[in-house]
Design a protein around this ligand. Structure first.
Ligand code: SF4
Length: 177
């Protein structure tokens, strides 16, 4: 969900937040208007109003069930740091995410192209490509499985397929095996 903070929308902030609570969103992106294009000087909010909006956003972020990100409002970080509880929560959450990314067996596997399966696992391009892990998982249930919509057949994969085919050839009478 995207919202622009301007003089016209300023009065609707609480109502917008209320509406979003029941909407099931994960992220509320809040853009602080920059005076370009059609925006006029009168559309901008004052520094005091911006400060107040940022504190309200910080309060929502502590209480509401979705994340809030701001655009064109770097001082929102300063506001968060001035609210120790909110800052701790936010910092803790980011640290948790970094930890999950570094240590989870799934993310480790996803970073290791040698663990890919099927033709992606023997492909010479696996370190620069690796295929879409999302699509592999959606179609086969195996997040390390082969990319379903790549037509490239790695030479090692073709060789392996030829070997497998020769093992299943029917025996022809009189022909040496
Ligand atoms: S998607 Fe295709 S090119 Fe990419 S690693 Fe898999 S087989 Fe190789």
């Amino acid at each position: 969900m995207n919202t622009t903070i301007s003089r016209q929308t300023l009065g609707n902030l609480d109502r917008t937040a209320e509406l979003l609570v029941g909407s099931g969103i994960d992220l509320w992106s809040v853009f602080f208007l920059v005076r370009t294009g059609r925006a006029g000087a009168g559309d901008l909010i004052s520094p005091d109003e911006a400060e107040e909006v940022m504190h309200r956003l910080a309060g929502y972020a502590e209480a509401l069930p979705f994340d809030i990100r701001t655009t064109a409002a770097p001082h929102y970080r300063r506001v968060l740091l001035q609210r120790p509880v909110a800052a701790r929560r936010r910092g803790g959450r980011e640290a948790d995410l970094v930890e999950v990314y570094r240590e989870s067996p799934l993310f480790r596997a996803l970073r290791d192209s040698d663990r890919l399966q099927g033709k992606c696992g023997v492909c010479g391009f696996r370190q620069v490509c690796g295929g879409s892990r999302t699509r592999a998982y959606a179609l086969s249930g195996d997040v390390l499985g082969p990319e379903p919509i790549c037509s490239y057949e790695p030479p090692r994969w073709k060789k392996r397929a030829r070997r497998a085919a020769s093992r299943t050839l029917p025996m022809i009478p009189g022909r040496p095996v």
